[in-house]
Design a protein around this ligand. Sequence first.
Ligand code: NAD
Ligand code: UD1
Length: 337
Amino acid sequence: MNILLTGGTGYIGSHTAVVLANAGHSVVLLDNFCNSNRSVSERINQITNQMIPCIEGDVRDTGLLVKTLTEFKIEAVIHFAGLKAVGESGQEPLKYYDNNVAGSISLLEAMKQVNVKTIVFSSSATVYGEPQYLPYDEEHPLNPINTYGRTKLQVEEILQDLAKSDPQWRITLLRYFNPVGAHESGLIGEDPNGIPNNLMPYIMQVASGKLPHLNIFGNDYDTRDGTGERDYIHVMDLAEGHLAALSFLQNHQGCETFNLGTGKPVSVIELLSAYEQACGQKLPTKLAPRREGDLPIYYAKPNKAKEYLGWMVTRGVADVSTSSYRWQQMRDGLAAS
Ligand code: NAD
Ligand code: UD1
């Protein structure tokens, strides 16, 4: 199948590109490089031993999308392109609604014009908000507590309405939990700008010596060891979830939602210990106050994805840590050269 990946050089898009290309699909990447760069596409080519087209462009450019969809005879789109920093989304809401919501409308308009009606959308567990019960299943009430989460929910609602308006649309909404890890080659991985907000990239920068210590945001939660627990999913498992979603859409019209998570919560201390094991050194930590807006624990019920997509995770925190460490070493090497 010919598949367009918007945001295809980003963290999750790049790993998905590798999985799809290795499965025999023809992949085209489109990215405006606001949070990535062209060298990622060269490294994807290196891993897959293919020349994957990579177009520089913005999803808000409907004309460019129409041209791209037509030129490459695209049959399905995976829509990764978006902004994802929770804090920034509160400070600059218009930027987030424009990029994430207006960007999605522009893409859907282009797809409609050229009659490409199969799309996989990158949503987030953030749409659930404060847990009414755990694990979150797909029926859990939706009440995002930040602007970023609301942009994701709005696009989900637009896609639901689109499916109702025209039965030819084939749509999956994938709600990712906490993506971590890297491709086993160490050639691609998460590469955040500035000081990371998320736990795994922060741990990696402490291990690299770029940051002095990890702040542990609270150890008095009602969890196994008092630190926050999350559902960390290996990015390669997540990437394989997209392949499964595309296969599902071959035989299903309408709009279906799936959680992509492991179903197994892991604490800050547990993830840190796994990384220390992989890098062979003890990392400095400091106890810090709870981070505002943090939930003590949340994780997925991934049963629906298993039942409908035949998908489940095959990797754990040890794989997450060894692959992340390989990527850290590669990136540190690139920075030094
Ligand atoms: P990322 O920032 O690494 O990748 C997103 C890519 O989209 C980047 O390469 C960026 O340059 C590109 N992009 C942004 N706006 C664009 C635009 N208007 N036009 C073209 N390209 C644009 O992020 P990621 O972690 O790979 O996330 C991919 C998607 O998954 C995002 O939509 C994100 O909201 C969602 N998601 C991510 C997480 C996570 O923790 N990583 C969790 C849940 C959902
Ligand atoms: C964050 C986002 C969420 C997004 C998710 C995806 C916020 C408020 N939420 O949530 O919208 O869907 O990432 O990956 O940004 N921690 C530390 N020290 C650190 C960093 C984190 O102790 O330096 C702890 C946190 O308190 C939490 C856990 O590590 O218990 C995970 O944090 P993080 O990686 O930021 O993920 P989320 O909190 O799930």
